[in-house]
Ligand binder design. Structure first.
Ligand code: FAD
Length: 503
């Protein structure tokens, strides 16, 4: 057996070494890799002992490279609610409640006067944010014995296609594995993507790595500086501030609410919607819903930014002010942050004066031109490795989860019908179908996402003109068809009830 899990895993799951099992190597213990493993471990075929697996990770030890809270799109929230086992769903709700965001809309402030100019409220009473570490911990702590199962400090350096439709994987430490399925869940700089694009037989157009460096950088940091906190106009929502050629997203945080203890969790207010069957794979819903619909929402939502017309509708600003804030500042990569000639210098000055500014982290934006699927059926890329990372319409996390669940669904289909001589259940055929779907889903997101970047962040005259024309129109449309008063009232009630402890 070439892809041996640890003895402990073996005992626990009855996945014995030496049997003629289907061997899977997962490369990368990020959201995609861990979500895949989480769902794999709950699958019937896994419980029947048909799988051997290993999961390797380049990092030397547990920890995070990409920090800070992430916004969970409506689709990814639904996916998690459908697939998490009950105790993890409870944890999810608890972790989401740690970040005091009460709706999925956005509040825009006028850059010069620090004045709220537009507010969109969507889905009142939906907690849309989660700390990245909390999401990863849900996957890790529940059924993965992290210390024993995730093999840190391991890297793939070479791939070879060998007999019996297997892949030979060579690791940096010299170890060689032979696997039936190689899952590249190793993020936007995926080595599996690079290595597999150089394998013989790869079509020419996929031979080079198509990752492009977009001309923007995101600066991330957290601060409790009072001057910066003053820029938050909606302490219960996502706030955005626009300058000339840059934007900043501000997520209010409540540092009093940073308690990780596994205490009793009141989930009644959030209504655990699903009765979950803990015995079988939890894919009982239609995952074929076009993900692009969600992204359409994201797109519409983003397009409503920068409106010039003031909307001073207020939602309980007199309530709790947050005591810290998470900031994601997107700037042109070639921009000199010290220069003063941009609208909104005051905001940037306040950021730079905060004592936490020195701890900021910078992320350059990258994207693939198109989804990379590769020629070899048994090398599958999931999550950022197949499309690059941000911008991706803010749905990178949701997509990583969706990819992993869909892949499990494919394997489930294969194992349910493995003895039938039906072309449709042939694994290569199924994996190819998976690749086609992933491409169909991701390519439009890559395209839309870049469009939004040019529109929102672009500092040339053309994008300024488009912004000037489009945003007021979108604002008008939202007012015309939107039921703002009703939704404002609903949100106020939720916040008020929460304050009074009424669930
Ligand atoms: C600043 C920032 C903010 C973001 N905000 C949001 C947001 O609000 N909402 C949202 O949905 N998404 C957001 N994203 C995107 C989101 O983080 C990604 O889409 C998501 O993390 C993808 O998960 P993944 O598992 O594919 O990749 P990752 O989370 O990057 O995980 C990849 C893992 O593979 C490991 N690895 C890398 N190379 C190798 C190798 N050669 N061998 C072994 N292991 C390897 C890495 O160490 C890592 O652990 C944000 C991204 C960034 C950078």
């Amino acid at each position: 057996m070439s892809c041996e899990p640890s003895t402990k895993v073996d005992k626990q799951n009855n996945n014995k070494i030496g049997n003629d099992k289907f061997e899977i190597l997962i490369v990368g213990a990020g959201i995609a890799g861990l979500s895949f493993l989480y769902n794999l471990k709950q699958s019937k075929f896994f419980k029947e002992g048909k799988i051997n697996y290993r999961i390797i990770e380049k990092r030397k030890e547990p920890g995070l490279e990409l920090g800070y809270p992430i916004h969970l799109s409506s689709e990814s929230r639904k996916l998690l609610e459908k697939t998490l086992i009950k105790k993890d769903l409870i944890k999810l709700k608890k972790y989401q409640n740690k970040i005091p965001i009460y709706h999925d809309g956005i509040t825009i402030s006028n850059s010069n006067k620090n004045k709220q100019v537009y507010k969109l409220i969507r889905e009142p009473n939906k907690r849309t944010m989660i700390e990245r570490k909390d999401l990863l911990n849900i996957f890790k702590n529940s059924i993965i014995e992290e210390e024993k199962e995730i093999e840190y400090n391991k890297e793939v350096i070479e791939l070879n296609q060998i007999e019996n439709n297997k892949i030979e994987v060579i690791l940096k430490d010299g170890e060689r594995l032979k696997v039936n399925l190689l899952i590249g869940a190793d993020g936007m700089f995926s080595s599996i993507r690079k290595l597999s694009s150089n394998l013989n037989g790869q079509p020419k157009k996929q031979k080079q790595d198509l990752l492009e460096n977009l001309p923007w950088t995101v600066i991330n940091f957290k601060t409790s500086c009072i001057q910066v906190l003053k820029w938050i106009k909606d302490p219960y929502g996502i706030n955005t501030i626009y300058g000339n050629g840059f934007s900043a997203t501000l997520i209010p945080l409540d540092s009093n609410n940073d308690n990780d203890e596994e205490d009793e969790i009141d989930i009644s207010r959030n209504e655990v919607e699903q009765q979950i069957d803990e015995e079988d794979l939890r894919i009982n819903y239609e995952t074929n819903q076009p993900f692009s619909n969600s992204n359409k929402n994201e797109i519409d939502h983003s397009n409503e930014l920068n409106t010039s017309k003031a909307d001073t509708t207020n939602t309980h600003h007199e309530l709790n002010q947050p005591n810290s804030v998470y900031i994601a500042l997107t700037i042109p990569s070639n921009w000199d942050i010290k220069s003063k000639h941009f609208i909104n210098s005051k905001f940037l000055d306040d950021l730079k004066k905060s004592k936490e500014w020195k701890d900021k982290k910078e992320f350059k934006l990258y994207s693939l031109k198109k989804t990379f699927t590769g020629k070899f059926e048994n090398i599958i890329l999931i999550g950022d490795s197949s499309h690059g990372t941000i911008p991706f319409c803010g749905s990178g996390t949701g997509n990583a989860i969706l990819d992993s669940i869909k892949l499990i669904k494919i394997l489930k289909k294969y194992f349910e019908n493995e003895n039938e001589n039906d072309k449709k259940n042939n694994l290569n055929f199924l994996l190819n179908e998976f690749k086609k779907n992933i491409k169909k889903r991701n390519d439009p997101i890559i395209k839309e996402s870049k469009k939004i970047l040019w529109l929102i962040q672009g500092s040339n005259q053309f994008s300024k003109l488009i912004r000037f024309l489009i945003f007021p129109l979108l604002n008008f449309k939202e007012k015309l068809i939107g039921d703002r008063d009703k939704i404002e009232k609903e949100l106020r009630n939720v916040i008020e009830n929460d304050r009074q402890g009424i669930h």
